[in-house]
Write a protein that binds this ligand. Structure first.
Ligand code: ATP
Ligand code: MG
Length: 431
């Protein structure tokens, strides 16, 4: 009997979630190498927390009345025990949870970072995806403006390392809870006066999160937002001193900024310093990094009270900007590509490949058998600096022919024969 199998319907990736294939991924790796070196330069150490957390961590840590918690989280019920779980929409809450759970701050403050995917159910467009990646940097247990400033200076260094010039800094202070409460009362009064021009979101939030109403992108509400009482005018002496401390240190470092009293950030937990780095080169998704101080969060999540400050970089946006701003060369797949003809040569090629790897070279040995011409095509496409050629003559003489493939090595003889024993040294320019 003949069994009919139904053709399998091709499966595509989920909308807003991107594949990174070798070409693009190589660029990400280059980028991450720069980033890890940069982080080491300031003593930051890596942490990795789970992608899944209990939903209530984010509801509490980010705030119930935020875009993220209200409508952007991927939340589902664990079928085994009925618990509500959420794919992390950001990393701070998870890192703070872990630091409390493992008592990370018991004897000293900690500088930590994490790099990885986060998930938000948003409308996909350029610079806005449903799975995207963040570089998340947190200075846990530090209270002073020196650390706020150091984080900002650190970011300026990263832009320099990447060769970016078109990013600018926006800065604000959100003060302390009591100052915010006084401002909030004044703000609600202002919103009540303009109730008729508030959109649906604005109406809904004017009491629950009035500060967020000012963060609107609705043009009809701009004038109302511009004329609203400014939180900055409600700051007490200490908050102002902290802010001045940050500004002084930025001036010391020669970093320019724009004071943006409307900068409130989407998350509830910030106090004092908040900042964003923005660019005009990415259209409307121009914020590449956002951060600030969150002195209340550790206690809010059940830890021993401790101050903290941090930021998150959107990697897709930053890479997009990097590629637009600087010519980034595609790295070669290997240093050496080994081509061969005949079974003996193929077996020798495998051995030569291992020897060269022992000497620290990266090597692709042509797999299978094919004509020299098509093997050389592959060698060329790999970006290798040099091809090693093994045929019957080379096997007999225990030599290899080498051919430099790149323009910058044109000075070399077109093709030369080298004894196998000295091959690695020649390829490492020691021969
Ligand atoms: P936006 O106002 O653009 O929605 P946000 O305030 O929600 O940003 P944060 O929570 O501060 O963003 O996240 C830090 C960074 O992550 C942002 O500055 C941005 O670069 C990036 N980012 C945020 N949401 C997305 C997304 N959906 N896709 C890609 N990158 C994103
Ligand atoms: Mg957002």
């Amino acid at each position: 009997m003949i069994k009919m199998t139904q053709a399998f319907q091709k499966v595509a990736a989920i909308r807003g979630m991107n594949d990174l294939l070798p070409g693009a991924s190589a660029r990400w790796e280059q980028f991450e190498e720069i980033v890890r070196g940069w982080l080491r330069g300031y003593g930051y150490r890596n942490v990795r927390t789970p992608v899944l957390e209990h939903t209530r961590l984010f509801a509490r840590g980010i705030g119930e009345v935020t875009d993220i918690v209200e409508k952007e989280m991927y939340t589902f019920t664990d079928a085994l025990n009925g618990e509500s779980l959420t794919m992390r929409p950001e990393m701070t809450a998870g890192i703070v949870r872990a630091s409390i759970e493992h008592n990370l701050l018991y004897d000293r403050p900690q500088r930590v970072y994490s790099i990885g995917p986060v998930f938000r159910h948003e409308r996909p467009q350029r610079g806005r995806y449903r799975q995207f990646h963040q570089i998340d940097v947190e200075a846990l247990g530090f209270a002073g403006p020196d650390v706020d400033a150091e984080l900002i200076v650190m970011l300026a260094r990263l832009w320099k390392l990447l060769g970016l010039t078109d990013v600018r800094l926006e800065l604000n202070s959100l003060g302390q809870p009591a100052e915010r409460a006084a401002h909030r009362a004044a703000l609600i009064e202002h919103l009540e006066k303009h109730r008729d021009i508030l959109d649906e979101d604005g109406q809904r939030r004017m009491y629950s999160n009035p500060l967020r109403v000012l963060d609107t992108k609705n043009p009809a509400m701009q004038e109302m937002a511009d004329s609203a009482p400014r939180l900055f005018d409600f700051l007490g002496e200490e908050s102002r001193a902290h802010f001045d401390g940050v500004c002084q240190r930025l001036a010391d470092a020669g970093i320019e900024y724009r004071l943006n009293p409307r900068l409130v950030r989407g998350l509830d937990y910030y106090n004092l310093t908040v900042f964003e780095w923005v660019t005009d080169r990415l259209g409307s998704q121009g914020t590449v990094c956002g951060g600030g101080r969150y002195d209340g969060l550790i206690e809010l999540l059940g830890g021993k009270p401790a101050p903290a400050v941090g930021f998150a970089i959107g990697m897709e946006r930053l890479l997009d900007l990097w590629e637009q701003s600087v010519q980034v060369d595609q790295p070669a797949e290997c240093d050496v590509y080994v081509v061969h003809q005949g079974e003996d040569a193929q077996r020798l090629a495998a051995r030569v490949g291992e020897d060269l790897r022992d000497a620290g070279l990266s090597v692709i040995v042509h797999a299978g058998s094919a004509g020299f011409k098509s093997q050389f095509k592959r060698a060329d496409a790999s970006g290798a600096r040099v091809a090693v050629i093994l045929g019957a003559d080379e096997v007999a003489a225990q030599t290899a022919s080498i051919k430099f493939l790149r323009a910058d090595a044109q000075g070399e003889a077109a093709q030369q024969q080298v004894p196998l024993a000295g091959l690695a040294d020649v390829l490492n320019n020691k021969g």
